[in-house]
Design a protein around this ligand. Sequence first.
Ligand code: BV8
Ligand code: ZN
Length: 255
Amino acid sequence: MTTPTATTAVPDAVIDALQGARRVLVLSGAGMSAESGVPTFRDAQTGLWEAFDPTQLATLEAFQMDPPFVWAWYAWRMQLVGAVDPNAGHVALAALAGLREVTISTQNVDDLHERAGSSVAAHLHGSLFEPRCSECDTPYDGEVELPQEPVERLDPPTCPQCEGDVRPGVVWFGETLPEQAVEVTEAAVEALEPGDVVLVIGTSGLVYPAAGYPAMARAEGATVIEINPHESEISDMCHHVVRGPAAEVLAAIVG
Ligand code: BV8
Ligand code: ZN
């Protein structure tokens, strides 16, 4: 790894920890995609959604109450993610996988890690790009109309099997996380040994159970490093904190 050239000071201890690590577990949140132009969850929602609290929109109840209203938000987000590119941070993590054993478990519902060349072990909160029927759970692979601008309402597609409303393939608040994603993440945490590194990137650490993994990793003896320009709920339990933007810091660290 090169000596960092970022404007953000990367502590030598972080460089040394990564140099010495055999395994790296990446726990990424919305801040990982911020420099690609994807609004984070708690930023002021762009345009139309400024008036709404995402945690009120990202629920099954909100969808059942008004499917076109909630579907419109997700269709806009699908369009937005499709129109942006992975940033230098996504690219750096893909390159890191050529140097170390890297496992990525993300809270993000975008596909930017994959489009940068990473394989993602777990999407803890599902994916924008795996819509399924809200009635019979059948994956929906038909046409999805993507609005070029945010729209207030957009009818969700209809399930070809049962005529039910198609829903986004994300995990809403109050819904349990995909079992496989939890199992894979917990196994990766339990496999950590002293000397391994956990990079907690761009998450406010507010949403559980995902927010609990950094503490579990620390208990396994791994070195926990946060990359986030701001303080988060997990900053206090990290061994090192790099207060800078993910793309810039990761590009500097991985080189
Ligand atoms: C569940 C998909 C069982 C939808 C999302 C205790 C235990 C268990 C559950 C709970 C609990 N306490 C409360 C709960 C309930 C709830 C919860 O945690 N609520 C919170 C609000 C308190 N959890 C759940 O409901 C979960 N389900 O536990 O099931 C159960 C069931 C019933 C009852 C009880 C338990 C399901 C949660 C999943 C919700 N779905 N997303 C969608 O995307 O629309 S969560 C959503 O928020 C996103 O996935 C996002 O990833 C996630 C967390 O946000 P962050 O990723 O951290 O993003 P955020 O905007 O918050 O922060 C961005 C960070 O980036 C900031 O720190 C910022 O400084 C930083 N940043 C900005 N720019 C950059 C940057 N960092 C680096 N570089 C930059 N350039
Ligand atoms: Zn159906």
